[in-house]
Design a protein around this ligand. Sequence first.
Ligand SMILES: [Zn+2]
Length: 101
Amino acid sequence: MKTKYTLKYLRKVEEGFIPCPFCGKKPTIVFSDDEGNWKDQDSEEYLQDAWSGLCFSICHENEDCPIEPPEIDMGRVYSGCYDTPEEAVEDWNEHLKKHGN
Ligand SMILES: [Zn+2]
């Protein structure tokens, strides 16, 4: 699956995250294939030719934050998997709006 995604694009989409109400840090976006195999986050190779599917997840690292997700290979990542980076940002923002800050 050829995609339009670049690392620069992901960094741009990340700017849309509302900062965490607990620690003030913005989350970041990480990606894996459909089977949950994490890819090299510094390389665009898989991102642009996602032959085994593409799944975007939200990474939030701050050991002092009460909503920090569990640790996996890629750091501290929530279990949600999104088809597009925009959906990940939307979901995080919606969630925070619903639960107040
Ligand atoms: Zn936080």
